[in-house]
Design a protein around this ligand. Sequence first.
Ligand code: FAS
Ligand code: PHB
Length: 393
Amino acid sequence: MEAPQRTQVAIIGGGVAGLMLSQLLHVEGIDCVILERQTRVYTEGRIRAGVLEYGTVNLLRRVGVSERMDRLGLRHEGFALMDDGEKTRIPLHDLVNTDVMVYGQTEITIDLMDACAERGIPLIFEAKEVALHDFDSAAPYVTYIKDGVPQRLDCDVIAGCDGAHGVCRATMPDAAAHAVEKVYPFGWLGILSDVPPMDHELIYSNHERGFALASQRSLTRSRYYIQCDVTEKIEDWSDERIWDELEIRLGDTTEHRITRGPSLEKSIAPLRSYVCEKMQHGRLFLAGDASHIVPPTGAKGLNLAASDVYYLADALIAHYKQGNEAGLKGYTDRALNRIWKAERFSWSMTQLTHRFPNMTLFDRKMQKADLSYIRGSVAAQTAIAENYVGLPY
Ligand code: FAS
Ligand code: PHB
């Protein structure tokens, strides 16, 4: 395919944010081109999120990219918090009449990439050295290298969907001055394996050896995490060592037996909370991890990317169809309102379930009191439930 020379919206980054935005624009007849640095195989191979808020599910259905999710995804009506082996179920459906969908980010990426191909949306892989130009003007453009050949893409708007280490926020004037960050003193070691999940719902466990999470991708594929020191190296963690630690922290019992198996993937990710409160400059707009990061404890990362691009698409549609600029002018404030609530929930779930180095006896007593209150309070459980399923857009 000849490299396009012009489009309405140039989307930088072919992750969930960029791919979802492309579909939201396409169904409204707005042209876009996605420039992705990596190969399709690399992008598809990233193992990340697993839980979809109902808002994200609805967006995929709105753009007609939900057939495989509706067929293969698992509706979950609750999840469990466990503290030193004592479980408290949060009955999402009973409390807020809403469920979450367990369907891997990998699958969503594949579905959205296939939709781009089927709908003729230019998704250019291995777009190297992407650079942004004149986004302060009404005629921004992007340059990049494809197969060694310099390319130029003229556009009306640039959507920076290039994640935490992309070029867009790095190029945005004084973005760093608007950054707010908290770094956690631990990471998550994740393992993916084709073994049946230990329970029908997710379990978030606070154990004296550290946090653990039992998650899943299907009835035959499990995803587990353990809190680990940030200095840990994945090569020091054999599969057996990981399974041993998971059995200790998740309380391997006859009722909930962990099935062991070879890892399909295992990796360690650091945890941080981060928000760049500057999400736009001229015709450049940031969405998803390009603008914010959450600790995965609240299952919000992917879902925040979805609500960002919902707001951005809404604003672009009003711009192109009614000449209404209010949405674009108000994009940052509208997105930040939801972003900060998700940051708070993700931070609070991390505080509740992890053992922090140097935590005092008082800190631990506060965790136990918090979990005891949640165990006995419908109001407390409802507050957790409405955040977990996703606050309204
Ligand atoms: P992404 O990072 O997914 O996508 C950005 C894309 O831009 C990438 O494909 C990248 O290759 C591309 N790009 C970068 N620079 C570029 C450039 N200069 N030019 C062109 N393209 C460029 N969230 C959860 O909810 N639950 C989880 O369990 C969870 N686990 C995670 C584990 C890890 C290791 C990481 C890193 C994140 C995890 N997240 C999790 C968060 C994650 O799911 C993100 O929130 C989600 O991928 C956000 O999507 P995007 O904003 O599209 O960013
Ligand atoms: C996952 O399955 O990857 C997952 C699920 C819930 C979380 C974090 C990660 O809170």
